[in-house]
Each structure stands twice: as C-alpha cells, then as structure tokens.
Design a protein around this ligand. Structure first.
Ligand SMILES: Cc1cc2nc3c(=O)[nH]c(=O)nc-3n(C[C@H](O)[C@H](O)[C@H](O)COP(=O)(O)OP(=O)(O)OC[C@H]3O[C@@H](n4cnc5c(N)ncnc54)[C@H](O)[C@@H]3O)c2cc1C
Length: 411
C-alpha cells in the first residue's frame, strides 16, 4: 500500500508551489508521526488518553517540532520567509498537522495544543516572566491549555460568565469552563473571563494567564468519542496577578478571536491528514480484498468512490493552502478560512465514512485504522467554530461580496 502522506514527492502540489522549507517540515513531521503511531500501536489497549498524549508530546519535544508553535521572538523557531519573528507561520503549522494527523491523532493534538493554548501570551503580553514560559512551551517543558468555553458559552462566547474581580494588585477569578483540551496535562491555562458587564455582552471580557497549581483551581476530566485529554476547569476565587492579564482589559474577545484566526485553519489541515490516510487505507484494502472472484478495486461503484474521495480531498487541500497563504500574508482571510475549515472537516468525515464502508466488517472492528480515523475526525466539525458557525461567516461574506449578475463569472 502507498501510505506516503500527502504532498510528499510523487503526490505533487503543482497548483500551489510549496517552498522547500515546507517540504522539509512535512518530512520531519511524518517521521515523528510514524514513531508515535508505532509506539501507540504497540502499547496496551488500556493506555489512557493522558498517557497517549504524553507519548505524542515526548516525540515532538525530542524532535524540537514544538518550536514551530511559538513565535521566534518568544523562543520559537525561526521560519525564515514563512512568517515574521513576531508570529507563527500558518503554512508551517498546516504542513506539520496534515503529516502528523496522517499518522496519528495524538501526534497532531499534542502539536497544535501547544500553540493554541499559549499563543494568547504571544499576542497579548510583554511580561518577561510569561515570555520565558513561552520559551518553555517551545522546548516542550510546559503544556498549555486554552479555556474559553463554558456551559452557557459555546458558539457564542459573549455568554462567558466566569468573573474576574479586581482586588488590589490581583484579579480574583470565579466560574467554570468545560470542553477544555489538555485538562489533565496542562501546566497553565489562558482563560477568558468577565471583568465587566453581563453574560450576553461581547464587551467586558479579558484573557488571563492562570497557573495550574493556583489555589482554588481544580479540574475534572471526561471522555469524548476519540481519545483526547479533555474536561472541566473550576475556578473558585483563584488569585491572578494583574501582570498576568493578556492584552487589554476588556479586549479579551478580540484576543480570543485573533488566536483562533491563526489556528482555526490548521484544523482543516488535520482533517485533510486523516482523510488522506483513509483514502490510502481504502486503496490498499480494495486492491487486496477479493470478492466475486475479483479484487474489490475492479468494481466500478467502488472505483467511482475513490475518484470522488481523491477529488474532494484535493479541493480541500487547495482551499486550505489558499487560506493559510492568505493568513501568512497578513490578510484577514475570514472567508477563505471559513471555507477551508467547513469543507475540509465535513469532507474528512465523508471520506473516513466511505473508507469504513470499503472495509466492510473490518472497518468497524475496534483497533482498525479506519475505525480510529472515523472517530478522530468527528470533533473537528465542532471545535474552533462549528460547521454552522463557518456557514454563518461565509454567508455574510457571500451576501456582501457577490457581484450583481452580469459582472463576470468568477469571484
Ligand atoms: C473535542 C473538543 C475539544 C474542545 N477543546 C476546547 C478547548 O480546548 N478550549 C475551549 O475553550 N473549548 C474547546 N471545545 C469547545 C468547542 O469550542 C465548542 O464545543 C464549540 O464552540 C461549540 O460549542 P457548544 O458545544 O457549546 O455547542 P453550541 O454552541 O451549543 O451549538 C450546538 C449546535 O448548534 C449550532 N448552532 C449554534 N449557534 C448557531 C447559529 N447561530 N446558527 C446555526 N446553528 C447554530 C452549532 O453549530 C451546533 O451544531 C472543544 C470541544 C470539543 C468537542
């Protein structure tokens, strides 16, 4: 079977020429992903998600790949022309995430969470102590988590009710967060809390850096359908020094959205990695398995499936490349990102579902690669902006920017 990840020589990327740095990153990420996949395949089926996450993290740390999720100015990798030192290169993250997800979700998750949870510091703090913590993140010595969502605030973050009251030189945080990735492994959290106003108001939110070991902080893990360290975060009168405010007081929503604007497109890349692997697994299985005296790959109905999987996947990758290049170029690219995230994540679910179908009973057997991909893919349509939220964003753009009939055939 050809299990080379997407974009290795041979699969080509002729429509969007990729700089050599990205090819080199893909190759490095693929090597790490292979090692994670091999170690987890050999591990006991009883291995929990926290331990599995630590396997992914350890390999990424050893290979220095985590430096890519932190800006060079804060101790991260120098990515040359891909991004200025003050930020991270989305194209680099996309290249790595697709290659890592192709191999194993835990390699991908441990990579991206390191950036998603810590980038608000890069965006919003000049505090020397916090910047040193970012260097620790780049070295893999510290694990962050991003804590936005609450039971009353999911797609609409203006519902955030966690309070942060000023008390002398500190803020005192009280409330709870849920669906927080890295609960169970995080050393610190970047938390969105309300410094003024009432739930439902967009203004009055502020982001904070909060230590895991802070007095009054506790967590409770829960499980989702695919292994993922995740859970609730409880803040009961947690004191946070004012120096640990990230960005401006009252500008937390903008900071949270700026963080997501950089990382959301990389969810599409992970989806494409899962889908590429599913296609490779389908090709291998359909070529090998015989029924009715012939390989399954000789049946036209299944061949049409492969053609459609390939076409959709290529379209998803091109949309992702377009959006990543636009974000790296400093454009807002809201529509490009929404399109790529929506299409790639929905498509990955469809591709993985077809792959399960191609495997017949073997496709639903616990432990098979396609069964794992089918579960791994699902949450991507929900986190960092659901598919419906992406559609809302896109519809606004389409209504505003579609020229009247008669103005030409291409946007
Ligand atoms: C595996 C996983 C990891 C996560 N990790 C993190 C994390 O690390 N940090 C963090 O802060 N959060 C995290 N989340 C939370 C995630 O961001 C939210 O689940 C997501 O934003 C959706 O919020 P919700 O679950 O409250 O759903 P809701 O907002 O209640 O939405 C429910 C349904 O209604 C739809 N809907 C909502 N509003 C509209 C509308 N206006 N029009 C049409 N449809 C609408 C949604 O699309 C969805 O289908 C994670 C979630 C998951 C599943």
């Amino acid at each position: 079977m050809s299990d080379a990840p997407s974009n290795t020589p041979g699969e080509g990327r002729d429509a969007t020429a990729q700089p050599g740095e990205l090819e080199a990153l893909r190759a490095r990420a693929d090597e790490i992903g292979r090692a994670v996949e091999a170690e987890l395949a050999a591990a006991s089926p009883e291995l929990g998600e926290i331990e599995a996450y630590r396997v992914g993290h350890r390999h990424l740390q050893a290979a220095n790949l985590l430096q890519l999720v932190v800006p060079a100015s804060a101790g991260g990798a120098d990515v040359g022309d891909l991004a200025p030192p003050s930020t991270v290169s989305v194209r680099a993250l996309v290249a790595c995430r697709q290659a890592l997800a192709y191999r194993h979700a835990m390699a991908d998750l441990a990579f991206v969470e390191q950036g998603l949870g810590s980038f608000p510091i890069a965006l919003g703090s000049a505090d020397a102590g916090l910047l040193e913590r970012l260097s620790g993140v780049a070295r893999g010595e510290e694990i962050p988590a991003l804590a936005l969502t609450e039971s009353g605030a999911g797609s609409d973050l203006s519902g955030v009710a966690t309070r942060a009251e000023r008390d002398g030189d500190d803020y005192v945080l009280t409330g709870s967060k849920t669906y927080i990735t890295n609960v169970g492994v995080a050393d610190f959290y970047t938390v969105l809390a309300r410094t003024s106003g009432e739930p439902g108001e967009r203004d009055g939110l502020t982001m904070f850096f909060v230590e895991h070991g802070a007095h009054g902080l506790s967590t409770r893990g829960f499980q989702v359908m695919a292994p993922h360290p995740i859970g609730e975060l409880f803040l009961e009168g947690v004191r946070v020094p004012a120096a640990h405010v990230l960005g401006e007081v009252g500008a937390g929503m903008d900071l949270a959205l700026a963080n997501l604007a950089r990382f959301r497109i990389t969810v599409a890349a992970a989806a494409n990695g899962f889908a590429r692997r599913a296609l490779a697994e389908s090709v291998a299985h359909l070529s090998r398995r015989e029924q009715f005296g012939r390989p399954l790959s000789s049946f036209q109905g299944l061949r049409f499936d492969l053609a459609e999987m390939d076409t959709r996947l290529r379209a998803a990758e091109l949309l992702t490349d377009e959006a990543a290049a636009a974000v790296d170029a400093g454009e807002e690219a809201t529509a490009e990102v929404a399109r790529a995230k929506l299409f790639s994540t929905e498509n990955a679910s469809w591709v993985c579902d077809r792959a399960v179908q191609h495997h017949g009973g073997a496709g639903v057997r616990v432990g098979s690669v396609v069964e794992r991909l089918y579960r791994d893919t699902r949450a991507l349509r929900i986190y960092e902006g659901t598919s419906e939220v992406q559609k809302l964003v896109l519809a606004k753009h389409v209504l505003r920017h579609t020229p009247a009939p008669g103005h030409g055939g291409r946007a």
